[in-house]
Design a protein. Sequence first.
Length: 185
Amino acid sequence: MKKRTPEIHQIELRIGELAELFNSMDPTPFHHCDLDTDAQAYVESWAMGYPSGSHFRIIVHIRNMPQEDPSQVVRDAIHNYFNYKAILTKRNLRLLLLEGRTSLLIGLTFLALCLIGADLLSEFKNNAFLRVLRESLVIGGWVAMWRPMQIFLYEWWPSVRRGRIYKNLSQSKVHVVLATDDLHD
């Protein structure tokens, strides 16, 4: 069976000056810079709307093109930034799963203790207070399982998806073009 080539989605970014693409508070050279908050949010918001296996072509339209061709600087900056975000997301996922395992161990231990305590109280069926305490132990034990269930059922997969998209953005084809008059910000 032939492997299907992922669709390439185009994201277009329009800026007036090259400096608008970069975080002005970052003193490092352009190719190591953080992207401007608005620029990276714009690219991310478009990319997150596509399937995680998507590939991207980013076209940066610059109204006032610098003397030297900025294509390599822009390409390196975008690739470096989203590669960093992919690494950071992977690290955060690893920490989330560690938290999930720790929460699971704590939750299972607490659940077992609560169920053992509830089992010991089951002999006192005539005492209303002890019946309420027994049911509270059972409920409390299951509530302790909420956090590991949340992590393992719902929280990990959005991080995996984000990481894949960041990785694909870090490998995107980047083109820098002179903005034409009919393009508006």
